[in-house]
Design a protein around this ligand. Structure first.
Ligand code: PLP
Length: 453
């Protein structure tokens, strides 16, 4: 009865983020979770699930870490909150900023704080536009992102997001955002014979006029768009392209950061340093809201030099002391427990598991992963690339078949591709990984039978 009451109240009073409103009004919440421990989540009915996507790709150190609760408690008892406007400061934000500087690629030594990924990306857009304005180039406002990119849901971040569903929801987008075709390495290197040259970042810069372009933003690995890993040399080519035209390169490391791809940051897999780097999610493993924009020290120095007025950008919760204290402890756990190395090592197990699925089931193909960020696609026939009809809702059905077997995965549908994403907490063991793949194989076998494949 208590469960029924909660469901009714949820239906009546709670508008869920990124969800089916109709389904919710009909059925109420799909799950009510009450507890988390390690890679497991338990719902109100006492059923336990493997959290195969680290919830929203963010619970990197796993659920139920008392150290993080303790860090929050200690900071809350001492000084839960103070702002850092007007250069007021406090130790957690100072220590975290130093720590991040020591970890981040190259000379990304300065941090500005937000409460999440969308705010970080919006901040980066405003920072580069402000820079160009101060530099005497006020028309340099255009931001180029990629198709399939996900950068969040604030107005700016949605406008940069290259997923038509999110853009359509907004109805009116912010001006000066453009999407280029993803991963056209040769085109970015200047190869005009590439059939997609015009739609590439380079082609888009040429079309817009480089003097009007403020920045290019890319995810090192595209996540929400379907787990797409760039080909070798792509990110370096984008870096070189930005240098060639004097345009800023922003990377969105909201998912990739803090060990997800087997290195501390996604950029560490490739040899480049962005001008600005947006982070969130794994910075606190989701225990509390925090995001940041890290920038080159030289970028900050130039802003200082050019800014005579106040720096008019700040959130009430920029550099929240409790969030910073939790982030510091979370990073300490990642380092002490060698979770980046574990992500790399278990990433190899994940890769083996994905290869097994691909070899065993004719409707599974295009498996890919980097560290503990992976996915596979569903086809009527993977060998020929023959696809399912959208009405089959195949990715959702596959994820549901896993959920029925107590494994949470994430279905992603984009332009006729049906992807199942898998990204377990970085603490996962080989045994747990094997268990996860046993469940997927069992679900796949059942689906194969059901579909008569
Ligand atoms: N950027 C990327 C790459 C993301 O995956 C996300 C969230 O999934 C965001 C930005 C938005 O972050 P938030 O939801 O914290 O605003």
């Amino acid at each position: 009865a208590a469960i029924e009451e909660l469901k009714q109240l949820d239906r009546k009073h709670y508008l869920h983020p990124t969800s089916s409103l109709k389904q919710h009004q009909k059925d109420g919440p799909a799950q009510i979770f009450v507890e988390g421990k390690g890679i497991y989540l338990t719902n109100i009915n006492g059923e336990t699930f493997i959290d195969g996507v680290s919830t929203l790709w963010n619970v990197n150190v796993g659920h139920g870490r008392e150290e993080l609760a303790e860090a929050a408690k200690q900071q809350m008892m001492k000084l839960a909150y103070t702002h850092s406007f007007h250069t007021y400061s406090h130790e957690p934000v100072i220590r975290l900023s130093q720590k991040l500087a020591s970890m981040a690629p190259g000379d990304l030594n300065v941090s500005f704080y937000t409460s999440g990924g969308s705010e970080s990306n919006d901040t980066a857009f405003k920072l580069v536009r402000n820079y160009w304005k101060l530099k005497g180039q006020p028309n340099r406002t255009k931001i180029i992102s990629l198709e399939r990119a996900y950068h969040g849901v604030t107005v700016g971040a949605t406008s940069a997001t290259g997923l038509p569903t999110f853009q359509a929801f907004a109805n009116a987008l912010a001006p000066d955002f453009y999407q280029a075709k993803p991963f056209r390495t040769n085109a970015e290197l200047g190869d005009k014979s590439d059939p997609d040259y015009e739609g590439s970042i380079r082609g888009t810069i040429e079309k817009l006029g480089s003097e009007n372009v403020a920045a290019v933003i890319v995810e090192p690995v595209q996540g929400t768009g379907g787990v797409h890993i760039p080909p070798a040399g792509y990110l370096q080519a984008v870096r070189a392209l930005c240098d060639e035209f004097g345009i800023f390169m922003i990377t969105d490391e909201v998912i990739c950061g803090f060990g997800r791809t087997g290195t501390m940051f996604g950029a560490d897999n490739w040899d480049f340093v962005p001008d600005l780097m947006c982070i969130a999610k794994g910075i606190t493993s989701g225990y509390i809201q925090l995001g940041a924009v890290m920038m080159k020290e030289s970028f900050r120095d130039e802003l200082v030099e050019m800014t005579s007025d106040i720096f008019f950008h700040g959130f009430t919760y920029s550099g929240h002391p409790t969030a910073c204290a939790v982030a510091l402890r979370n990073i300490e756990i990642i380092e002490q427990e060698g979770l980046v190395a574990n992500s790399l090592e278990m990433g190899k197990e994940l890769e083996k598991g994905l290869a097994y699925l691909e070899q065993t089931f004719p409707f599974i193909g295009k498996a890919r992963s980097i560290g503990l960020m992976g996915g596979f696609e569903l086809f009527k026939d993977a060998a020929s690339g023959d696809k399912f009809e959208p009405s089959m809702r195949i990715a959702h059905r596959f994820a549901q078949a896993c959920l029925d077997r107590k494994l949470i995965l994430r279905p992603i549908v984009y332009e006729g591709s049906y992807v199942v994403a898998i990204a377990p907490p970085l603490i996962i063991t080989k045994q747990e990984n094997d268990k996860m793949f046993d469940i997927i194989a069992d679900a796949a076998a059942a689906m194969q039978k059901e579909l008569g494949l």
